[in-house]
Design a protein around this ligand. Structure first.
Ligand SMILES: [Zn+2]
Length: 204
């Protein structure tokens, strides 16, 4: 059996050794059998391969560096001194408690200091953190902190509105519940009118 060389794990806990692809395939087979089915039947025989490939896409945020995305900044804002807001950024993520998808939208605003960044980069930062395992509160914080530390803006506001499949398809089965998280820093925190305006613009 050929063994794919293990890539290092890009999480803070360096003691975690990334398993080989073969070990990951075997783990999916185990979960199929645990669900009560036969991983060797024709319909399921290639499923471990598909699941492992899908994991490669869903969790490719571990391979990316949000700080690097925000490192190319511009200083010429030609007198623009209001918030920059991105609305309805798609969030496709997985909760760390159940590995279940949660889907929704993110709204990100910042009040530029000396530096501005290409707006597509802000959406990319959301994507990078979404494609890791976490909960919605951590996702909100991670986005804020990356923007804070790289751009040193006068303030950042983030709102995420998402439906968690661990809540809609199991447990309490609350089909229409969505979770809203918000966090404000700097001027958004000290000036309620600014926060209010962000929320209003976010709603459209
Ligand atoms: Zn969950």
């Amino acid at each position: 059996m050929s063994v794919t060389p293990a890539k290092p794990v890009l999480v803070s806990d360096a003691a975690v050794q990334r398993p080989s692809r073969e070990q990951a395939l075997e783990a999916v087979r185990t979960l199929i059998a645990w669900a009560g089915d036969n991983p060797d039947r024709p319909g399921l025989i290639d499923t471990p391969k598909r699941v492992v490939d899908a994991y490669g896409e869903w969790f490719d945020g571990y391979e990316a560096d949000a700080a690097k995305e925000l490192s190319r900044t511009f200083e010429d804002v030609t007198g623009y001194d209001d918030m920059v807001i991105l609305r309805e950024i798609e969030v496709e993520s997985h909760c760390e408690h159940h590995l279940a998808p949660f889907l929704g939208k993110a709204y990100v605003a910042y009040l530029p200091g000396e530096k501005v960044v290409g707006i597509s980069k802000l959406a990319r930062v959301v994507e990078i953190f979404a494609r890791r395992l976490q909960n919605q509160e951590t996702l909100t914080n991670d986005i804020i902190e990356a923007i804070e530390s790289q751009l040193q803006p006068k303030g950042v506001a983030v709102m995420i509105d998402a439906a968690h499949q661990c809540m809609t398809t199991r447990g309490v089965h609350h089909r229409h519940v969505s979770t809203v998280t918000t966090r404000f820093t700097g001027a958004f925190k000290s000036d309620p009118a600014l926060a209010e305006r962000f929320l209003k613009l976010a709603k459209g």
